[in-house]
Design a protein around this ligand. Sequence first.
Ligand code: SAH
Length: 484
Amino acid sequence: MLLTITTTHQPATDLGYLLVKNPARVQEFELSFGKAVVFYPEASEECCTAALLLEVDPVGLVRGRQGPAGEGRQLEQYVNDRPYVASSFMSVALAAVFRTALSGKSKERPELAEAAIPLEATLTALPCRGGEGFLRRLFEPLGYRLDLQRLPLDSQHPEWGSSPYFTVTLAAECRLCDLLTHLYVLVPVLDQDKHYWVGEDEVEKLLRFGEGWLNAHPEKKEITRRYLQRRPSLIRQALARLAAEDTGADEEETSNPDRLEAQMETQIDASASAPGATGEDKPRSLNDQRLEAVLAALRESGARRVLDLGCGEGRLLERLMRQNCFQEIVGLDVSYRAMEIAQRRLHLDRASDRQRERVRLLHGALTYRDRRLEGFDAAAVVEVIEHLDLPRLAAFERVLFECARPGVVVLSTPNAEYNVRWPSLPAGRFRHRDHRFEWSRSEFQTWAEAVAGRFGYTVQFSPIGPIDPEVGSPTQMAVFTRST
Ligand code: SAH
């Protein structure tokens, strides 16, 4: 079994510091099931590749073992794929041989360990129970570009067809510890086998290594099921804990960010100075005003293909659908539950083929690069950023402004200064339980201007809702326009 990890981040030989393995030496490690060898087929300033070669000893594994598995499956013990393929043995080897790198630490290059760098990992034989589609569904939402080659069952006998094994190359700009962690968890998930007894500590391991990405992964359930070898009690335990530590994304409450605002809305004289107020009898809710302001900005941009990122229950999508100028409309959210509600709201199950082609819902997370989001004219991000943990905001910025890179981004977030105008909101409290932060106007503008500057956009700000002379409007909106 061979795993190679390559970087072109210069000086590329710094990879040796991150892995704590000297590129000039071949090193061997004895493991309980065989031997791991680390060496560098290439180590130059421009490009450096570290290789982990694993020699699993299948005979040594069963020698001395007793019981049913030791008797009934004699042949299988000697003739199996374990020595050749990436499996749970590889995860154990990764944890043993690259322990420091896996933990994201580096004594010699601490900043580099924290940095997203160009990385490529190749697994020569990855068993993939679930086919190419599943392989893609596991890695693509995490931001990897995949290069796959399905291996034949026997190259001497092409008529026997293909094997379940792939040679896989994963490429991304990410931290080395992210790459190693994803491999650590997902290789045994693909293999669907483990060489050791799966008990409760496996739940801990999954949650520990899944931290920061598993909860938002569209295949979270299947990953959990397979990682825990389909043991129902463990799966229930893991999923319950994931749900508890969830951003609340699967809670009904999250998909209705305005619940508190809605309760407070009677206190807003919406028709007072709202932009575009029409003087109708019934004052429009803040939510309506917000969606209309976003819709107006999208229309004004001339966009035809639009994204609604963090689309929630699909309130903006519903409005976008009514406008013929939008030819392709894609909503994305991390909450499956919210998307089910969106699906019903938009009647997508009953829609014509044309409409179904025009409007699509994607399950995904905004903190991981997603190729499906590339090539759009505009993106709306309405009341979403305040749901992201501040340390993950930088990842979101890159996913949106560097990778997806739409021509226009219309983004809204609460204006924290306005909170004092809501007597029912205790001082210092956020408007929603799942909000990780709420920004003042100057905080939002400083952030938005820095993002615009960094990624080649210009930005303009508008208030949404009634404007208070002291504290501004309840919602603030930024419209970013790509300038380079
Ligand atoms: N834009 C919608 C919903 C806003 S609520 C509206 O204005 O009505 C915030 C939404 O962001 C929720 O639906 C939540 O599931 C989603 N969300 C939170 N974190 C996310 C992430 N990392 N990736 C994608 N969506 C996310």
